[in-house]
Design a protein around this ligand. Structure first.
Ligand code: ZN
Length: 91
């Protein structure tokens, strides 16, 4: 007695190619366009600052102003619900 075999599936049509729009990189400082969220490498760069901030190696004031928005985005993703450690504006 031989093992029963199932009929082969019909081939799938090719998936339609997505036409993604280009958006500015999320780091906020480079102004480069990407089809993703970050220009390659800039997510890691901003995460690097976020980790140093978490571990107390740097302060918000040390972060290059052009990438503060991107670092903040990464920091918030790593510390959900926590308050951004920016020094409150002096009165
Ligand atoms: Zn960038």
């Amino acid at each position: 007695m031989s093992t029963p075999t199932l009929p082969t599936l019909p081939s799938l049509p090719r998936a339609a190619k997505r036409n993604r729009v280009q958006v500015p990189c999320a780091c906020g400082g480079c102004g480069r366009l990407t089809k993703s969220t970050w220009f390659p490498g800039h997510d890691g760069y901003c995460t690097g600052w976020a980790v140093r901030l978490e571990r107390g190696a740097v302060k918000v004031a040390d972060i290059p102003a052009v990438v503060v928005a991107g670092v903040r985005r990464m920091w918030v993703a790593r510390n959900p619900g926590a308050a951004w450690p920016e020094a409150p504006a002096s009165k």
